[in-house]
Design a protein around this ligand. Structure first.
Ligand SMILES: [Zn+2]
Length: 411
């Protein structure tokens, strides 16, 4: 095997850099970030790249083009993790790109563009509650107000950057909009079961789903669980339960071609006693779709259904959307080029949307984007220690990426 075994061994080595063994937890600007970054830096240099940390602690490697002044294709993913994560989310996309450079360099092949491999320091947002810090800086959407956000120990992002040896004021210079980058291509584990269920090792991503997050507050009236007759109750929890089923129904009933997923993931109940009718319930709703219009329609349908349920049950309801991120379409030409590489590898071409967010989704202001998904094992589980992939799939995905890199030419 040319690539797969090495990539899985490298992912195993990186899994040791964790705050809480045996699980993997690697947050931004921590000693674990430093150790993972140093190992990736060494792998990049050994593969034939010039590589270093940038001002925000991202690791950036560059494999120069055949000629000076050529444009740049960027590939990579994130090196941070969620709490108690798996070992391939993010890292696979970095390691597969490094493996391609090592192969090209070993054969003395230079491309008509410079290849930059990036290991983003923060995508998951575990430490500061802000996601995609590294890639947003490169895409020109870094918000300097983030420098004052604090982690759970009261350390600000600015202080953490200084302690890491990075430069809190260096984010401006990282903006790549309107410069030399002409494509961003990210490989990533699917983090779902679609490819697994269809027996396919890789797939071409069509779009990265947008997301709306809602906070729904239901106000009823507390009362004694033994004395208030059923007909006179204004039970906030029974109403919230009905609303939860309505949220699910809205997503299930979305028309074909406008798929939506919707999830109630948290619910707080007050006063929260076994013998008291619930007075106040607050629950979360996460709505995602590859189509922004479908997502907005689902949000409006959820609002309308919750209002109707509240009116019938004589409770109050307030549904606020507090976070929105637009869907990011993958570039048609880049998708076709990746699909051609998949087909040349003898694998049926499966195109699928990404329900999860990725670094790629912030890059459209810089350049066209594309993503290659790789099959997850264990039922498609991710963000969990059971996340898995095979060396054989890592091999195929790397061969596909390498074929793409050697056949794609900048316009
Ligand atoms: Zn990821």
């Amino acid at each position: 095997m040319r690539f797969g075994d090495d990539i899985l061994a490298q992912a195993d080595a990186l899994a040791a850099f964790t705050e809480a063994p045996p699980g993997i937890t690697r947050a931004y600007l921590t000693p674990q970030h430093r150790r993972a970054g140093d190992l990736l830096l060494a792998l990049m240099r050994e593969a034939g790249m010039r590589a270093d940390y940038d001002a925000l602690g991202n690791v950036v490697g560059r494999y120069d083009a055949a000629r000076a002044g050529a444009p740049v294709l960027m590939s990579g993913s994130h090196m941070d993790s969620v709490r108690n994560a798996g070992r391939y989310d993010g890292l696979f996309g970095i390691l597969t790109a490094i493996a391609c450079v090592r192969d090209l360099h070993g054969r003395g092949v230079r491309l008509p563009y410079a290849l930059e491999v990036v290991a983003f320091g923060d995508e998951e947002g575990v430490r500061f509650g802000v996601t995609l810090i590294g890639s947003k800086a490169m895409a020109g959407s870094f918000d300097p107000a983030w420098l004052d956000t604090k982690d759970a120990d009261g350390i600000s992002l600015r202080q953490a950057l200084v302690a890491f040896g990075a430069d809190p004021d260096g984010w401006r210079a990282l903006d790549r909009r309107g410069k030399d980058v002409v494509a961003y291509v990210e490989s990533h584990i699917e983090q779902g079961p679609v490819l697994l269920n269809e027996g396919l090792p890789v797939g071409v991503v069509t779009a990265i789903a947008g997301v709306s997050r809602m906070r729904v507050a239901v106000t009823g009236l507390a009362g004694h669980a033994g004395t208030v007759p059923m007909g006179s109750r204004r039970d906030a929890l029974a109403a919230a339960a009905e609303m939860t089923l309505a949220v699910e129904r809205v997503a299930v009933d979305a028309p074909a071609g406008e798929a939506v997923v919707a999830t109630v993931g948290t619910m707080d109940v007050e006063p929260g006693a076994i013998n008291v009718i619930a007075q106040d319930v607050v629950f979360s709703v996460d709505v995602r779709s590859a189509t922004d219009a479908a997502r907005r329609r689902a949000v409006e349908a959820i609002r309308a259904r919750c209002a109707a349920i509240a009116a019938r049950r004589r409770v109050g309801v307030a549904a606020d959307v507090y976070y929105e991120l637009a869907a990011a379409a993958c570039d048609a030409a880049l998708q076709d080029a990746l699909a051609a590489s998949v087909a040349r590898r003898g694998v049926p071409v499966r195109r699928l949307p990404s329900g999860a967010g990725h670094d790629a989704m912030v890059f459209p202001p810089v350049c066209p984007i594309a993503m290659l998904f790789v099959r997850c094992g264990a039922g498609g589980i991710s963000h969990h220690p059971d996340e898995t992939m095979t060396a054989a799939d890592a091999e195929i995905a790397t061969e596909v990426l390498l074929d793409f890199l050697q056949t794609w030419t900048p316009r």
